[in-house]
Design a protein around this ligand. Sequence first.
Ligand code: 6MZ
Length: 362
Amino acid sequence: MNTEDELKEMEWWVSIPKVELHAHLNGSIRNSTLLEIARELGEKGTIVFSDIEHVIRKNDRKLHEVFKLFDLIHVVTTDHKTITRITKEVVEDFAAENVVYLELRTTPKRNDAIGLSKRSYMEAVVDGLRSVSSNNLEINFSGADLETFSKSQTKMRIIVRLLLSIDRRESTASAMETVNLALEMKDMGVIGIDLSGNPTVGDWKNFFPALKFAKDQGLSVTLHCGEVPNSVEVQAMLDFLPGRIGHACCFQDEDWNKLKSYKIPVEICLTSNIRTETISSVDVHHFGNLYKENHPIVLCTDDSGVFSTNLSTEYALVSSAFGIGKMELFQLARKAVDFIFAGNEVKMELKKVYDAAARTLK
Ligand code: 6MZ
């Protein structure tokens, strides 16, 4: 394929409506923004810019290095003003490539030194969402006014909902605090809980009480599951019957059997898995088998900033690596609507978006 054909091909993947269900806020920051903020902090003497610059610019990171990078990113981004800014930019970037529904996840953080609480962190995120609407982009994030929103024909539109992440480093009490915060912020677009963070850290038993409480209270739950080999944990996670799981890279036969019999949807993060070497190459990625068996799956980016990708690129990659045609992948994108955590009203709205797109696709 020559460059012109490649560009046309990519335009097509950008043009189809897409649903993003696994995107971490601080992993999705633009590199340019990260470097700009780091440079400013360097000038103020808060950090040494050159120490950070080469880590940010580095592209091939193994899984354990990714978590070191996140600690660094958090030093640079975790204040109210920056959180508001990056939330706005991340949503705008997804909207610009026709992501019509985004479940954005982030870990509420506390830093007493700068007066940051988990709640004020999340309020800064919501401020970022509020500031998204502009002349050419409209956002619906709280569920209110969905009817008016769906009638707007002139602007680009994106529906955003929030998932609060529990970091595997957190204690049970801290995880419980996050779940209570999620319940308090239901009317601000928070619909669920995610368990993430370094998979070699922490114990399922510590998170279980908070996750069970979340589920009992009607919050949806998604779990990072099987990023490293740990069959005991994977089995316990699957038996918890989460609404979805992310990754599923290091599964044994018994894990696949259970996943498939429970029909738990899997958030597939191809580029992330390859870059972190949790899967050795695209052609042996479990996407192939799950797609063939018609298991519920959704293509996602994970950390578009950290792994220099976007959702359109993930679709293009799947198409070329597995030889799947455009219309088949359009149908896969549409099917993802069934696995979102938002309710039926949003699902119906999104199906309308897909039906309209199907009429104009070439
Ligand atoms: C596990 C991950 C992750 O929450 O500060 N995170 N956890 N596996 C991954 N795959 C590579 N990618 C990101 O976003 C960054 C945080 O998300 C989790 C980590 O806890 C990371 O610190 P927020 O917005």
